[in-house]
Design a protein. Structure first.
Lengths: 153, 153
DNA sequence: CGTAATTCGTCAGGCGACTTGACAATACCG
DNA sequence: CGGTATTGTCAAGTCGCCTGACGAATTACG
């Protein structure tokens, strides 16, 4: 409904701009992921929660560590953790060895959500592979990774 | 600094999740685009400004039309237009045929910015093609487009 | 025609997702 | 010990978007 082409630059730039293309790909993927998670009973999960699910250690991790790994400020990550805690996906415990720090740990439900998310993302990619070609999808992955590495120097 | 792998799900999900991958690709592309635009003297341009640059007609367009095409609310787009106006990239004129409506038009500087952005994005893609392979880049484009179409289908 | 319904753009307020600054509690080090 | 660094939280602000409400202008209709 909003797809337009042509008419842009001076010469014929008929392609959708790269940033928009990447954004659309992200958005559709995320929409499917969150819908499925919701259907499986994992409610209230949002994009930024991935900062915890992706980077947390099996034994639990400190807030500061998660903030570093995800690139978020510790304040922002603290907020994310509070929200996940409210939904029962993680719990905060004071580190017995360092009473300043708290250890963030996945609850059982949190681990289930983590596993489900990984499985769903795998399903999505497999479905794409079936419909569009296995090599093309794995190729896209590799090219994207290389592009990111290339531009970051 | 934040790249981690392994340890996620239960089985070995060693790949970076798709949404994160797409986001990173978008971010690096946008960083290069905005840096170059800035270097060429086109300052203050942000991601959302693309909603105007991408969808505006050569003769100018109504706010409502741009909002529809871009998928933003007309309020949000109005704000974007105000900002572009302040930077001298567009101008608002009351439609002589319909005094409720206003026509948004690119100024000369605005058109130059539009052309520059298209050129820079083309340069980026060409540079990727040189370093990573022409076919792989155009392949990535096509796969992304098909993926988006597939999931919206 | 006159009036009612619709459309255009803007103002106001709110929310989500971040940021920086400041700070108490705790730990580390010479 | 006393000074310094670290951990996590509170507070406040920004940014980019949203919905609701509205005046002004236009269109539809009885």
């Amino acid at each position: 409904m909003a797809t337009r082409a042509g008419r842009q630059g001076g010469q014929g730039v008929n392609e959708i701009p790269l940033p928009a293309l990447f954004t659309q790909a992200k958005d559709v993927t995320l929409a499917v992921l969150h819908r499925r998670l919701d259907e499986e009973g994992f409610e209230g999960i949002r994009y930024s929660h991935g900062a915890v699910f992706r980077f947390i250690d099996a034994e639990g991790s400190r807030l500061t560590v998660l903030a570093e790994r995800s690139g978020l400020s510790k304040q922002a990550l603290g907020e994310v953790v509070t929200e996940l805690e409210r939904h029962g996906y993680v719990e905060r415990t004071t580190d017995p060895d360092d009473h300043r720090a708290k250890i963030i740990r996945l609850t059982e439900r949190g681990t289930e959500a983590q596993v489900a998310a990984a499985r769903i993302l795998g399903d999505i990619e497999r479905r794409w592979a079936q419909h569009l070609g296995r090599d093309r999808i794995t190729g896209m992955r590799r090219v994207l990774e290389e592009v990111v590495r290339f531009e970051r120097g």
